[in-house]
Ligand binder design. Structure first.
Ligand SMILES: NC(=O)C1=CN([C@@H]2O[C@H](COP(=O)(O)OP(=O)(O)OC[C@H]3O[C@@H](n4cnc5c(N)ncnc54)[C@H](OP(=O)(O)O)[C@@H]3O)[C@@H](O)[C@H]2O)C=CC1
Ligand SMILES: Nc1nc(=O)c2c([nH]1)NC[C@@H]1CN(c3ccc(C(=O)N[C@@H](CCC(=O)O)C(=O)O)cc3)C=[N+]21
Length: 296
């Protein structure tokens, strides 16, 4: 049974192709390419992989990529100075500071320093507030990518019971806001939730953003539920290697779910495609060019 698998990788490739068309149209009108600045502090191996993937996708979409790699001992003041420089640079439409940051740097202070209208991650409190109050702004890439996959598969989501497992500022909370705005009945579960399997069993939509390998099992699910697995967990595999698994036990869940995203190849590729989408939207706003949203 493979028809219930949601191919995020293919959906993301289609989205990136539509974005590339949008970039070409923007260049024709504005006389410049949209620009994305990515800041990486330190040598976290996973972060290096993501930053490389973002750079490649940015170039392939026809955008300008500005990469800033800083050493792990960079001071908070130096990072804030770089953010201020990027805020003031007219060639930079979007700014992403890769998380996590080294422990001696206050992530909230850095996020708050980014110009909200260049905050293509949607992490700034102004954008969180806009999302919560229904004002247009930047929506975090991972939850917006999850919503796109859900709407593509299910159409209208109104009235459905949705459970979001996880309440982080970058995934769980904005995911819950997006589902609420689609008129779902939303439950947000977390580490203090009592009887999580029973909560999950009531859900038509399950979004797992926990960071615990294969925690959500098929026998927790309501048959036919749509399952979106945000988790990215690297676990040991045979031969001293490692492999990537989600927060959902894919084999048991796929036997019960009506639709399910795999890991890898599900939500991860969507995150990067939506980052490009947000950057294209930012470029239109910054250049004062009207944005004709063609299913982006
Ligand atoms: N695919 C992608 O593009 C992305 C993937 N990720 C992945 O998504 C996952 C979540 O990321 P993130 O939101 O940043 O993680 P956080 O660690 O910030 O948040 C995890 C959340 O899960 C909750 N939680 C932990 N244990 C349990 C449990 N046993 N039962 C129920 N809830 C629990 C925590 O609850 P509490 O608040 O009570 O502590 C917390 O709210 C990770 O695997 C991460 O790698 C993240 C970003 C992008
Ligand atoms: N400021 C900031 N913004 C982020 O959006 C951000 C961040 N910091 N820090 C880390 C998380 C994580 N994240 C992912 C992006 C792509 C994949 C992705 O493409 N995953 C592939 C597999 C990649 C692999 O093989 O390792 C997949 O799931 O198919 C995963 C995770 C963005 N994040």
């Amino acid at each position: 049974m493979t028809e219930n698998i949601i191919d995020g990788k293919a959906f993301a490739a289609g989205l990136r192709a539509r974005i590339a068309d949008g970039v070409a149209a923007f260049v024709a009108k504005a006389g410049r390419a949209p620009g994305l600045a990515v800041v990486l502090v330190g040598e976290n191996p996973a972060s290096q992989v993501y930053v490389r993937a973002k750079h490649k996708a940015t170039i392939e979409a026809g955008m300008e990529s500005f990469e800033h790699r800083l050493s792990a001992d960079t001071t908070q003041a130096a990072l804030l100075a770089l953010v201020a420089q990027l805020n003031a640079d007219p060639a930079v439409d979007g700014i992403l500071v890769q998380l996590p940051l080294p422990r001696h740097i206050d992530e909230n202070a850095v996020i708050a320093a980014i110009d909200p209208d260049k905050d293509v991650d949607g992490f700034h409190p102004v954008n969180a507030g806009r999302l919560a109050t229904g004002i247009e702004g930047f929506v975090p890439c991972t939850p917006l990518g999850c919503l796109m996959l859900l709407k593509d598969r299910l159409g209208d989501l109104s009235g459905l019971n949705a459970v979001v497992i996880g309440r982080s500022n970058i995934v769980g909370k904005p995911m819950a806001q997006l589902l609420l705005a689609e008129s779902c009945t939303v439950t947000v579960a977390h580490s203090r939730t009592r009887d999580l399997p029973a909560v999950v069993r009531a859900a038509d939509i399950v979004v797992a953003a926990v960071g615990r390998p294969e925690m959500i099992r098929g026998d927790w699910l309501k048959p036919g539920a749509a399952v979106i697995d945000v988790g990215i967990n690297r676990i040991p595999a045979d031969g001293g290697k490692s492999r990537l698994v989600g927060d959902v036990d894919f084999v048991s869940a796929a036997a019960v779910a009506g639709a399910i995203t795999p890991v890898p190849g599900g939500v991860g590729p969507m995150t990067i495609a939506v980052l490009l989408r947000n950057t294209l939207v930012a470029a239109h706003r910054n250049a004062d060019v009207p944005f004709e949203a063609v299913s982006l």
